[in-house]
Design a protein around this ligand. Structure first.
Ligand code: NAD
Ligand code: DAU
Length: 332
């Protein structure tokens, strides 16, 4: 792996991946990113210029993609519209970027014979009952419930079809909920931390009993690199770190860690079609590729994430008011 093209490399997980690659390999990285509201140039500051080039462009633009793909050994696709609440307002950019964008990348790697890795989500499998012990595996049926999840599922199907029909050398990873530095304040954990820093109250959808399976973004990215380096072509790997928590428990933990009473939150309107529970069985990834998470203590990882948001107020504050105004308009 000499040259990696990282689509969506200025987003939350993609920028973390770029830093992970620069620290753990000799590869040179090109970021291709449309620089939407969810991107951050700051997240890439300080990386050695000789190892990183940033190209502003759209993965759904065949001309930009064609110009770049052939000059790389590997393409990793993190680029996406990623927030469920936004997809419920307007699904169209989700279909355009997540589906058409992935199609454009696939056609380019097919033409150029370049290795492709597609970063996907556990949401393609729908949700699990709250009272079951069942977890998602690579054999779980696709059953997306939201517009975002459906767009990601469509992209996964395209990747699988391009492997089978055209012999494209691709892999897919489906990960659970990430947390850590550089995550946009629209998302659950950063929203609640920054509400508390601002002196406000966390906002919990519905009853707060919904369960998410939290993984630190550095662990997600060590898994993506492991799949790139050692994964079998055509295979899917589920990525998770045994981090199931109810939303209420996460909010109570944030409040406790930030020195506020544990019941100092508001229950607000629920998300339409809100998935109940996600849970990942990552035994294939662990056994086949020898991967294991470093951040196995969620409370510790959360405390470090809180400290990061306390140190980076200048980064998130310019976006906070607009995000809260948009939630307030929906009573969320
Ligand atoms: P994000 O929204 O923080 O970042 C997405 C990045 O993609 C941004 O930099 C944005 O500018 C870029 N982008 C959007 N449309 C583009 C386009 N048309 N062309 C080029 N760049 C474009 O998202 P994230 O949370 O970092 O998620 C990254 C990937 O990981 C996504 O594919 C997402 O589905 C997947 N994923 C996320 C999570 C999670 O918990 N956040 C979990 C599992 C999988
Ligand atoms: O599971 C992987 C997915 O995790 C990724 O594919 C998505 O890109 C990522 O955004 C995330 O999706 P979720 O919808 O699970 O994440 P979100 O941070 O939006 O919400 C997490 C949970 O918290 C969910 O049950 C909704 C709830 N929630 C969210 C917000 C923003 C609240 O209760 N209050 C809130 O203010």
């Amino acid at each position: 792996m000499q040259k990696i093209l990282v689509a969506g490399g200025a987003g939350f997980i993609g920028s973390n991946f770029v830093r992970h690659v620069v620290s753990n390999t000799d590869a040179r990285v090109t970021v291709l990113d449309k620089m939407t509201y969810a991107s951050s140039r700051d997240a890439l500051v300080g990386l050695p210029e000789a190892r990183l080039q940033v190209v502003v462009g759209d993965i759904a633009d065949p001309a930009v993609v064609a110009r770049l793909v052939g000059a790389h050994d590997v393409v990793v696709n993190f680029a996406a519209e990623s927030h469920n609440d936004n997809a419920l307002e307007d699904p169209s950019p989700f279909v355009q970027t997540n589906v058409v964008g992935t199609y454009v990348l696939l056609e380019a790697v097919r033409r150029e014979g370049v290795r492709f890795h597609h970063v996907s989500t556990d949401e393609v499998y729908g949700d699990l009952r709250l009272d079951a012990v069942e977890r998602f595996t690579e054999q779980s049926p696709y059953r997306p419930s939201s517009p975002y999840a459906a767009s990601k599922a469509a992209a996964d199907h395209l990747v699988r079809a391009w492997v089978r029909s055209f012999g494209v050398e691709a892999t897919i990873s489906n990960c659970s909920n990430n947390y850590g530095p550089w995550q946009h304040v629209e998302k659950f954990i950063p929203r609640q931390i920054t509400n508390v820093i601002n002196g406000g109250r966390p906002k919990v959808y519905g009853s707060g009993e919904n369960v998410r399976d939290w993984i630190h973004t550095e662990d997600h990215n060590s898994a993506v690199l492991a799949v790139l380096e050692r994964g079998r072509i055509g295979e899917t790997y589920l990525v998770g770190a045994d981090g199931q928590q109810t939303n209420l428990d996460v909010v109570r933990m944030i409040l406790r860690l930030m020195g506020r009473p544990e019941d100092d939150y508001d229950l607000v309107a629920d998300r339409a079609g809100h998935d109940l529970r996600y849970a990942i069985d990552a035994r294939k990834l662990r056994a086949e590729l020898g991967w294991k998470p470093v951040h196995s203590n969620f409370e510790e990882g959360l405390a470090r994430t809180i400290a990061w948001y306390e140190r980076h107020v200048d980064w998130w504050r310019p976006h906070k008011d607009a995000v809260e105004a948009s939630y307030a308009a929906k009573r969320m």
